[in-house]
Write a protein that binds this ligand. Structure first.
Ligand code: AVJ
Length: 300
């Protein structure tokens, strides 16, 4: 099956559409994670070892939830820098404006790149500072379980003993609730997915006939995978000028555009182990929709 990496969603328009998804009633993840952040700060502060640290965030977006943590860390008198990483320049610029208004003296240092390009730039030498790496919002869910472990192993390789990783995982739950979150009645998810084709048309000189494509969502509760597809209602030949290539689609031939993987708490603890971390704690919301799982790099 043809597939597109979900990282291509996040041009400025896609980032804006995702922001609207976060505000739509079916998309329970954002509120659940914000709620968890509000409740978990004292324990997070306890887990830090008191050295100045770098707060690094993978896929920060508009950073609205992270501001909950920043506010409380500053209130507690902690010394840290904030280094959000995101693909969207406009999201980072807006985040920067917000941060400078709210906390003019905070050491704010964004990186516009994908995760590993950014981590490569950061490197492993920290000058004795601790790292608290945030991997929020169930961003990890865009990888298959096997890929996710490989990603977490790579994150581990950028960290030092005692460094902390706080990852947001969406939990397995009522399949109807998951499906609705990725198939909202307002059509935002459909627009978010179709924006991929708009982007290809613009950036690669493509001629996808947008009216002929449909969004389709599935959720397999055994696997825990929500999957998004784009399907043409009739046969299409698409030229991409920039690639000097042509792609034939049969009617209803799907392109897989996203996986949003759900886990249970035990599976997550197993992943911590498999990636070399020591599992510390699950911060969950009252309804057990979501967990922010805290892991530490063990001291040999
Ligand atoms: C940004 C990857 C966490 O998978 O839930 C939302 C993206 N896609 N609706 C998710 C998304 C469709 C989102 N993540």
């Amino acid at each position: 099956m043809r597939q597109l990496s979900s990282k291509w969603f996040y041009d400025d328009r896609g980032t804006e559409l995702f922001r609207q998804i976060m505000r739509c009633p079916e998309y329970y993840l954002t509120e659940a994670e914000a709620c968890i952040y509000r409740q978990s700060v004292p324990q997070l502060i306890e887990a830090l070892d008191g050295r100045p640290f770098d707060l690094i965030e993978l896929g920060a977006g508009d950073g609205s939830k992270t501001q909950i943590l920043i506010e409380e860390f500053l209130r507690a008198g902690l010394k840290f820098s904030y280094r959000p990483i995101d693909l969207s320049g406009s999201a980072l610029a807006e985040l920067g404006n917000l941060i400078k208004l709210r906390w003019p003296t905070l050491d704010f240092n964004p990186i516009q790149a994908d995760y590993f390009e950014a981590l490569n730039r950061l490197g492993t030498a920290t000058g004795g500072r601790q790292r608290l790496l945030l991997f929020p919002g169930a961003n990890i869910g865009n990888f298959s379980p096997a890929e996710a472990v490989a990603v977490l192993q790579r994150l581990y390789s950028f960290l030092s003993p005692d460094d902390l990783l706080l990852t947001g995982f969406d939990l397995k739950k009522d399949p109807g609730m998951v499906l609705a979150a990725y198939n909202d009645a307002g059509g935002l998810t459909a627009a978010f997915n179709l924006n991929l084709l708009v982007r290809i048309n613009r950036e690669l000189g493509g001629n996808f006939e947008l009216d002929c494509w449909r969004h389709w969502e599935t959720y397999d509760p055994a696997e825990g995978a929500a999957r998004s597809f784009l399907l043409p209602i009739e046969p299409q030949t698409v030229h991409l000028q920039a690639l000097k290539r042509q792609f034939q689609f049969r009617a209803w031939e799907p392109i897989a555009v996203e996986i949003s993987q759900k886990y249970n708490l035990r599976e997550i603890e197993g992943m911590a182990d498999a990636a070399g971390f020591s599992f510390q704690h699950h911060f969950t919301d009252d309804r057990l929709l979501f967990t922010n799982s805290l892991w530490q790099v063990p001291n040999p």
